[in-house]
Design a protein around this ligand. Structure first.
Ligand SMILES: [Zn+2]
Length: 659
């Protein structure tokens, strides 16, 4: 759940060298092993700064008072912590464990168990693009049939399709498929939506009742008939989403304190799109050469952001799964997914990886109403946070008179995401330790409110080499890469950032490395030897390199990377390379050493893509090559079993060019 360096340097000037930086990666939704201690009562918090009592607090045995590690205030525990000895104090979980889950209401349900299926309580709306050519449609139909079959019988599903009009499928007719059709060019009126919701139609129905009809609906989808190019077809996705949100809210949605109280928890919208939103609210013109394009694009982005926030307010996550070669104008759709707490993923087609992602998108466990608070010792300053959240509004926070914490409102709480926290020191540190406390407050899918509190104490050191030794290079690489990618908003920025990476490596060598006297060269400190390799991959790879085709692909990948957990971030940054050996085992190879033997099979895991290469000599041997390929595929699937988005897995035969 947490990755950071293990020591803090006392000297301000050295800590704050921005090329290397100082920080942590926090995955609030990720399972902790061993699991956190569970406490079913309210936490003791510092009256002054709001920090939580923790294992580093001094406790006065006679009075049960505890001293805050951050502001040093002495707080009452209402006599609770009175104990005969120091050892006896440790029987309170929060005074002995670094990770605690406080259950603030209700009873404890499992939080993120693998076996638990959130889809039993989370309704799913499937929104389908009607403007697909026959080939794409066939793949999509296959994926949708498999998807609906994979859902538990109690999951409630709804189906909407959109083109120039919106068709909302009605499950009230028993075994026949029928749909209400409304115009897509403008937002539906409140009266219309009210009449629809209060009418006799059933638009969300449990799979157990609606399965045959759903299959009929998917089979009855027809390819696009007119002879317009893919990009020029009318797609009213905005209107379709407004209708879906209105149905999710239902007639009885009550607003209290800006949060919808609705039993049953969260909801998901899965959009299956083959092209951009070109008709009705939130749309952009077909052509970039439209005289008003940039103004209309800005308006569309604003509209989509607003809709995303509306969805989030109603506990609804919008995931947009795109496929095909038609540019989808990610700049407009991304804000919608992001503001709702969802993701936008691009696929080559609606086939295998798309189908897997439909299932993973629907089954990933997510909490809601997340707040992420960071407290640290006075000497430490949080300078930047990158991840799926935004600064929390004042009224979302609890008030303490001297609260100097950094508070982030999380858009969703998921195990596949993380926050990159960058920090600096305000002054040279005098004390032997600094403290960090990360508190994540969220509701589970069962609407149980949890506060997860993690408290860390790091020793401070004078010695630069001791400090450098404590740095986890992969974590440092990911933090540097995220800070760099944040500035790579468009393709030309990406080119600039490649140069920035070089400057960073030079600066790290200059400030922390050793001088080679005979030349004007500096050698990187040996403790950071793998850092330049990771950053070299970053420069050449899909995030900053020039190998990716369309701008949509680059910006989508960047968004996934900026929000991704440590593991996925590292794979997107630097690929992992595994060679299949005789006897069915695998051997890890350095990824820069891709000079492959022609009689071996190699897996290259690059996060959103996994490549399997068969050497020419091996490929020529029928039985052996099939066995190697199967072994590689199995391992690739195992390695990426819980990854979201699921990668595409591609196999190649290679002819090696002698070098
Ligand atoms: Zn305090």
């Amino acid at each position: 759940a947490l990755s950071l360096q293990l020591k803090v340097l006392k000297h301000k000037k050295l800590v704050n060298i921005s090329s290397l930086g100082f920080g942590a990666l926090v995955s609030p939704g990720r399972e902790i092993t061993p699991g956190p201690q569970i406490v079913e009562r309210d936490p003791h918090r510092c009256q002054s700064c709001g920090a939580y009592a923790n294992l580093y607090c001094e406790v006065l045995l006679g009075s049960g008072q505890w001293q805050c590690v951050f502001c040093k205030k002495l707080n009452s525990s209402g006599g609770e912590y009175i104990a005969p000895s120091r050892e006896a104090v440790r029987r309170w979980p929060e005074l002995s464990s670094l990770a605690i889950d406080y259950v603030l209401n209700g009873t404890m349900h499992p939080l993120f168990p693998q076996a638990f299926d959130s889809r039993t309580t989370t309704p799913i709306f499937i929104i389908i693009d009607e403007c697909l050519d026959e080939g794409h449609l066939q793949y999509l139909q296959g994926s949708l049939h498999a998807f609906i079959d994979s859902l538990p019988p109690t999951t409630r599903v709804g189906i909407i399709s959109y083109g120039r009009t919106v068709s909302v499928y009605d499950f009230s007719e028993g075994s026949t498929a029928s749909a209400d059709v409304l115009p897509g060019g403008r937002s539906p009126t409140q009266e219309f939506l009210k009449a629809m919701i209060n009418g006799t139609g059933i638009y969300l129905s449990p799979v157990r009742a609606s399965l045959p009809v759903a299959h009929t609906i998917f089979s009855s989808l027809r390819p696009y008939r007119q002879k317009l190019p893919e990009a020029s077809r009318d797609r009213c996705l905005g209107t379709a989403l407004e209708v879906a949100l209105a149905i999710i809210q239902g007639p009885s949605a009550e607003l209290s304190h800006g949060i919808i109280k609705r039993p049953g928890g969260n909801c998901r919208i899965l959009v299956c799109a083959g092209g951009p939103n070109t008709y009705g609210p939130g749309s952009v013109p077909y052509s970039f050469s439209h005289p008003n394009y940039s103004y209309l694009e800005k308006t569309a982005i604003k509209w989509m952001e607003h809709l995303g926030h509306e969805a989030q307010r109603h506990n609804t996550v919008v995931d947009i799964l795109c496929a095909g070669t038609c540019p989808i104008r990610a700049s407009v759709l991304q804000p919608l997914a992001k503001c709702s707490g969802g993701v936008l993923v691009l696929h080559d087609d609606f086939g295998e990886a798309f189908g897997v992602n439909l299932q993973r998108a629907s089954s990933r466990v997510a909490g809601s109403h997340g707040l992420f608070e960071i407290r640290c010792s006075d000497d430490i300053l949080v300078t930047q946070i990158i991840g799926p959240g935004k600064e929390a509004p004042i009224d979302a926070r609890e008030t303490f008179k001297n609260d100097s914490s950094t508070c982030i409102q999380m858009l969703s709480v998921e195990e596949t995401q993380s926050f990159a926290v960058s920090m600096e020191t305000r002054c040279d540190i005098k004390s032997d330790y600094v403290f960090f406390q990360f508190a994540i407050r969220f509701s589970t899918v069962f609407q149980v409110e949890i506060s997860r509190v993690i408290t860390i104490r790091l020793p401070t050191v004078d010695s630069v080499s001791t400090y450098l030794e404590s740095i986890q290079e992969d974590v440092a690489s990911v933090l540097i890469a995220k800070r760099t990618l944040l500035h790579a908003k468009c393709a030309s920025d990406a080119v600039d950032m490649r140069l920035t990476i070089d400057e960073r490596v030079k600066d790290i060598a200059f400030k922390f490395g050793s001088h080679l006297s005979e030349l004007k060269l500096y050698r990187l400190p040996k403790e950071l030897s793998s850092l330049p390799e990771n950053l070299f991959h970053l420069k050449r790879g899909p995030l900053l390199g020039s190998i990716i085709g369309h701008e949509d692909e680059r910006s989508t990948l960047r968004d996934i990377f900026l929000n991704a957990s440590f593991d996925l971030s590292l794979r997107l940054l630097a690929p992992r390379c595994l060679m299949h050996c005789e006897g069915g085992t695998f051997e890890e190879l350095p990824a820069y050493d891709l000079a492959m033997q022609s009689n071996a099979a190699v897996i290259l895991d690059h996060g959103t893509d996994v490549f399997i290469w068969l050497g020419t000599e091996l490929a020529a041997q029928e039985g052996r090559s099939e066995a190697a390929l199967a072994a590689c595929r199995t391992l690739a699937e195992e390695l990426t079993e819980t990854r979201f988005p699921a990668p595409r897995i591609l196999s190649f035969k290679v002819c090696l060019v002698p070098s």
